[in-house]
Design a binder for this molecule. Structure first.
Ligand SMILES: Cc1cc2nc3c(=O)[nH]c(=O)nc-3n(C[C@H](O)[C@H](O)[C@H](O)COP(=O)(O)OP(=O)(O)OC[C@H]3O[C@@H](n4cnc5c(N)ncnc54)[C@H](O)[C@@H]3O)c2cc1C
Length: 460
């Protein structure tokens, strides 16, 4: 691919480019091509580190005219490593990370390469928040365009439910703004359709007042799983929208609230989030404190502080999959718990069962995202270092999905899978009818499929 780029093409691109153009021989090239998943080792032929919308336009025109494979890097967390291209042009948005909060109308204007850390931190100052991923190192762009599940989703909907406008550079290099009023079909497609339609240089989000929130961690021995998760299900399914949670099998961390016999061993953690004060939370979550935990931590703090507790360092080998469940029968819980024992321990891997429902379910059918009316979501989230363990991890995840198949909808949350085949992708977009609509919109905005490193909607 790099063979197609000659010096005069490069000079032309560099001429007015405000950011940085990097080639493999540049000292900062290696750092700039690093992404979350260490399994992906692609080497772009050229990296365009954009600092303004004009840079994105120049990069898109350059890549398209030279027929280079284009990758778009926001927060760099996609499991498939779609931020990287082998030999092509990587358009890196990570320097476009400014956030401007307007406390009067409770909105935020967010650069296309911002992370949730940038956004949550800026909102924190005003006691405002919106739904974002539970790990703040992920990109606002990738997470939101694919849906955007997080602790506030039951209360305020997915991240994409809070979108007011998206400013995009599309395949022909033009800039457009999509909203409910302008390019409204495209705006619909941006609620789940990912990076298929262009490069978002700016998002506007609706924010919500949230002066503080409450988090709780309860620690259990792994064998307590079925009993505790049955109780967790009953409480969470009856709980208000403010209440959200996960049951997660992890390696016990060396924290004060984790008993020493579970540190570095497989343990079960109940993570509770409540969008309100500790006093309000306790009224609702009290029954969960009577489930025989061996360690406990409860705290009221800022939403930003809770969010950063979920941050995980990058540089691991990484694989993940996703399944939705409408109901959570005891047999499904048994299968979930027994597969926890196949996870690599000690490691930073997790086997998680999280709550959907609430406001997410009230938008069921609205977006090209499957199963918005599902109550539960299971995702094995593997992080390991030894390439010799790759097969063990892939077998674990495949085995878990097979065990749960009788109970799941079969449609994944696309943000949390790599390429699992066309059928799974279409299911993740909500089925054939939604996919046909996405193709129609793709035909209009990216007919030559220049934005194809994603869950790719192929134009006709
Ligand atoms: C540690 C970790 C925690 C996670 N937690 C959550 C979570 O809590 N909730 C959740 O919903 N998901 C979560 N995810 C999944 C996450 O939503 C996806 O991995 C998402 O793709 C990450 O976006 P990114 O911008 O960081 O990644 P990137 O790899 O940079 O981008 C991913 C895709 O989005 C496109 N893209 C990114 N930015 C833009 C933009 N501005 N314009 C157009 N296209 C763009 C890219 O083309 C690419 O195809 C998590 C993933 C990891 C690894």
């Amino acid at each position: 691919m790099t063979g197609k780029i000659n010096q005069s093409d490069l000079n032309k691109l560099r001429k007015d480019f405000s950011g940085k153009i990097l080639l493999p021989e540049d000292p900062s090239y290696e750092d700039s091509r690093s992404i979350y998943n260490a399994m992906i080792e692609k080497r772009p032929g050229i990296i365009a580190r954009c600092v303004e919308e004009e840079d994105v336009i120049r990069a898109v025109n350059f890549g398209r005219d030279l027929d280079l494979e284009i990758s778009v890097r926001g927060g760099g967390h996609s499991v498939a490593g779609w931020g990287l291209t082998e030999g092509g042009l990587m358009i890196d948005l990570s320097l476009m990370n400014t956030v401007e909060v307007n406390p009067d109308n409770q909105t935020a204007r967010v650069g296309g390469g911002a992370t949730w850390n940038n956004l949550d931190h800026a909102c924190n100052r005003y006691g405002l928040a919106t739904t974002g991923g539970i790990c703040t190192t992920t990109g606002v762009g990738g997470v939101t365009l694919g849906g955007g599940w997080g602790w506030l989703a039951r209360k305020y909907g997915l991240g994409c439910d809070n979108l007011l406008t998206v400013k995009l550079v599309i395949a022909d290099g033009k800039t457009i703004v999509a909203s409910e009023k302008e390019h409204s079909e495209l705006f619909w497609a941006l609620h789940g359709g990912g990076g298929n339609f262009g490069i978002a240089t700016e998002f506007t989000f609706q924010l919500h007042p949230l002066p503080s929130a409450t988090t709780a961690f309860l620690v259990f021995s792994p064998d307590a799983g079925p009993r505790v998760i049955n109780r967790f299900r009953d409480v969470l399914e009856e709980g208000p929208d403010e209440l959200s949670g996960e049951m997660v099998y992890i390696t016990g961390p060396p924290e004060d609230f984790v008993p020493s016999h579970l540190v570095n061993q497989l343990c079960l953690m109940m993570t509770i989030f409540y969008a309100g004060t500790e006093a309000e939370a306790e009224k609702v979550i009290k029954p969960l404190f009577e489930t025989g935990h061996e360690g406990k931590m409860v705290a009221e703090m800022s939403y930003f502080d809770i969010q950063t507790m979920g941050d995980i360092r990058s540089g691991y080998r990484h694989h993940v999959s996703s399944e939705h469940l409408h109901a959570l029968p005891g047999e499904a819980i048994e299968k979930f718990c027994s597969r926890a024992h196949d996870m690599i321990v000690p490691s930073d891997s997790e086997l998680a069962l999280s709550t959907w429902g609430g406001q997410i379910a009230r938008r069921a059918g609205d977006w090209p995202i499957a199963d918005l009316d599902a109550n539960w979501h299971v995702y094995p989230f593997a992080m390991w270092t030894d390439p010799g363990s790759d097969k063990q991890v892939f077998d674990w995840i495949e085995g878990l999905n097979a065990d749960l198949a009788p109970y799941t909808t079969g449609s994944p949350y696309l943000n949390l899978i790599a390429d699992e085949g066309k059928e799974r992708m279409i299911a993740g977009y909500g089925g054939e009818a939604k996919y046909r609509q996405l193709v129609k919109i793709k035909n209009e905005y990216d007919p030559d499929n220049i934005f194809r490193l994603n869950h790719n909607i192929k134009p006709l």
